[in-house]
Structures are given as structure tokens and as C-alpha cells.
Design a protein around this ligand. Structure first.
Ligand SMILES: Nc1ncnc2c1ncn2[C@@H]1O[C@H](COP(=O)(O)OP(=O)(O)O)[C@@H](O)[C@H]1O
Ligand SMILES: NC(=O)OP(=O)(O)O
Length: 324
């Protein structure tokens, strides 16, 4: 059944672990992603796209400190977030334009620079959890902690990454523009990297604040705002698993919000990776969304129909093809 789908693209859809992160590599990944997304449009769906920026915003931040060599002032983390929205939005926008042209789809694609309100008093500011940038060895991580006072953590058995504060998303300032563009028939790319974190000051002005919002939690908010039928979270694993990376690992296919919530409480999903995806999926269906799906990019088409990946509904109504 076609409907409005909010698609949350994981960092992997844009930059895969082990890749250097050149423009060409990222563009190639984005082209593969775009061909999947275009097929969702061909099936009659309306798409709102959001994306992660963890790998990119960390690299942009590192590039800033390299600039100091020539006396060029570095930009703060929240500006790096804005840069990452422009960079990734541009790549997705162009790749979709070219894919639509090939397939004879007549749709405008628009990227919106999006600001998301956060609470400066949130405890997340004193407990960094969001991994950004590339993966490093433990030795390199310890050195960065000592030399630069940064916080680094091990990320799901894949290596060490810098972590930064990740407060929960509040409202998206540009939401009325998102809605207007959807109603106009455009494919909208919004709230990239979870949105640029901004705080409302006493004067009522908003200003940027150093943090990286989780894109899955921001995607859920966006999905509620645009009254989406499906929240489709695309990442680098085909399923959410319980007892992940143990000999008892079991992939979840069709699961009710109640069951998934129990697994969440039991601590099966890591903070900073699968945890927020599960939290976003639960919130979406608990607040009335038809279905939330967490799966890999290659499963996007079947996933959008609840026929692949981990499919979360309020009640077990979806027939899931186990194993895909
Ligand atoms: N219980 C789990 N089931 C599946 N994957 C998990 C689980 N816990 C942690 N992960 C990790 O979560 C990763 C996906 O999260 P993340 O790297 O944040 O994705 P993305 O950048 O695509 O948003 C997977 O590659 C996997 O290593
Ligand atoms: N902002 C964010 O959540 O990015 P990733 O999904 O790339 O970690």
C-alpha cells in the first residue's frame, strides 16, 4: 500500500567503514542508495529523506583544526553539522535527479538546511554518547583523550571513535516548509544529521550549540510531523538482533512494539548505534504510525512493504519474509 515514507539513511549508505571517505567513494554509495529510493517513488510513495552525518561531521571537524595551520579559524561543531547537511544533501539531491531522469520520474528534489531545537540543560551535554568521524585504534583514541581532552569510546566492536553530546531533538524550525514542499509534490531531504542543534536563548533568538543529534530520533519526530505511514530506517545490518554478536544471536523479523520494548529494557541494543533506532521505531508505532522497519539498504523496497528486515507494529499483523 503506497503512502508517505520517512526514510532515515544510515552513515553506511553514504560512507562505509574501511573506506577513506573521498568524494568519489561517497558519491558512488549515494548513487546506489538513490536507485533504491527512486524505486520507492515508482511504487507511488511520497518520500521524505533524512540521513546520518556521524562519519562526515567528524571528518569536517578534523579538517577545521587542520586549517589553523594557515591561520584560518576553525568552525564550531554545529557549523560543521550545517556543512554536512549541505554536502550530503547535495549528493543525494543530484543522485536522485539523475536517477529520476533515467526512469522518467518528474519530481523536484529539495534539501532544506534544518535547525532542531535542543535543551541546553539536557544531561546529554555532560555525558557524550554520539560517535563521530572515522574509526581508530584504542592507542590512538587514548592519545586523543590525553592530548586534546576529547572523549572516545569503542563503537560496537568496530573500533574507537570520538563521542560528542547528543541531546534529544525538539522541534524542527523549518517544519512548515517541509510540509509545503511535500504538498507541492517535491521529494524533501530534511533534518540531515539529526538537524543543526540550536538553543532558544532568553531573548527568543536561536543560536547554534555544539552537539550532534541522533538522526533516528530526529527522523521519528519528522515522521510524526509529516504524518508518515512508514518510518524506514536503513542501516548496514539486515535485522535488529537480540544477544547481538554472541552465539545466542537471534535476528528479529516481525515484532510487536510490546515485545521490542521488553528487549530494549533488557539491554539488547547499544546506545549510540542500534539503541536509538529501536527507540525511534517504538516511539513511532506507539504514537500511531502504521509500521517502522529497520533493515539494510538492499532491503529497502521489501522493507517499505513490511516484507523484509525487522518490522515493528503495534500488533503482529505484518507477514514478514523471515531471513531477508
Ligand atoms: N542488537 C543489535 N542488533 C543489530 N545491530 C546492532 C545491535 N547492537 C549494535 N548493533 C550495531 O549497530 C550498527 C548500526 O548502527 P549505526 O552504526 O549507528 O548505523 P547507521 O550509521 O547506519 O545509522 C550495526 O552495524 C551493528 O554493528
Ligand atoms: N547524526 C547521526 O545520527 O549520524 P549517524 O547516523 O551517521 O551516526
Amino acid at each position: 500500500m503506497p503512502g508517505t515514507i520517512v526514510v532515515a539513511l544510515g552513515g553506511n549508505a553514504i560512507l562505509q567503514p574501511g573506506q577513506k571517505g573521498t568524494f568519489e567513494e561517497q558519491m558512488e554509495n549515494v548513487k546506489i542508495t538513490a536507485s533504491q529510493l527512486a524505486r520507492l517513488i515508482l511504487k507511488g510513495n511520497r518520500l521524505v529523506i533524512t540521513h546520518g552525518n556521524g562519519p562526515q561531521v567528524g571528518r569536517i571537524l578534523q579538517q577545521q583544526s587542520m586549517g589553523e595551520y594557515g591561520g584560518i579559524p576553525p568552525m564550531p561543531l554545529f557549523v560543521c553539522g550545517a556543512m554536512s547537511q549541505g554536502m550530503i544533501g547535495y549528493m543525494v539531491q543530484q543522485a536522485l535527479y539523475n536517477e529520476f531522469r533515467k526512469l522518467g520520474i518528474d519530481r523536484t528534489v529539495v534539501t532544506l538546511v534544518s535547525q532542531v531545537i535542543v535543551d541546553t540543560k539536557d544531561p546529554a551535554f555532560s555525558n557524550p554518547t554520539k560517535p563521530i568521524g572515522a574509526f581508530y585504534s584504542q592507542q590512538e583514541a587514548m592519545k586523543a583523550q590525553k592530548d586534546r581532552g576529547e572523549v572516545w569510546k569503542e563503537d560496537s566492536g568496530r573500533g574507537w571513535r570520538r563521542v560528542v553530546p547528543s541531546p534529544p531533538p525538539g522541534g524542527l524550525l523549518e517544519i512548515s516548509a517541509v510540509k509545503a514542499l511535500i504538498n507541492h509534490g517535491a521529494v524533501v531531504i530534511a533534518s540531515g544529521g539529526g538537524g543543526i542543534p540550536v538553543a532558544v536563548r532568553d531573548t527568543g533568538e536561536v543560536t547554534g550549540i555544539d552537539a550532534v543529534i541522533d538522526k533516528d530520533l530526529a527522523a521519528e519526530k519528522l515522521a510524526e510531523e509529516v504524518d508518515a505511514d512508514v518510518l524506514l530506517i536503513l542501516t548496514d545490518v539486515s535485522h535488529v538482533a537480540i544477544n547481538y554478536k554472541t552465539h545466542l544471536q537471534q535476528n528479529l523479523t516481525a515484532v510487536t512494539a510490546e515485545e521490542l520494548s521488553d528487549y530494549y529494557e533488557q539491554g539488547h541494543f547499544k546506545a549510540g548505534s542500534m539503541g536509538p533506532k529501536v527507540k525511534a521505531a517504538l516511539k513511532f508505532v506507539e504514537n500511531g504510525g502504521r509500521m517502522a522497519v529497520i533493515t539494510s539498504l538492499g532491503n529497502a523496497l521489501l522493507g517499505a512493504e513490511g516484507r523484509a528486515g525487522t518490522v515493528v507494529t503495534r500488533k503482529a499483523v505484518v507477514e514478514n519474509i523471515a531471513g531477508i
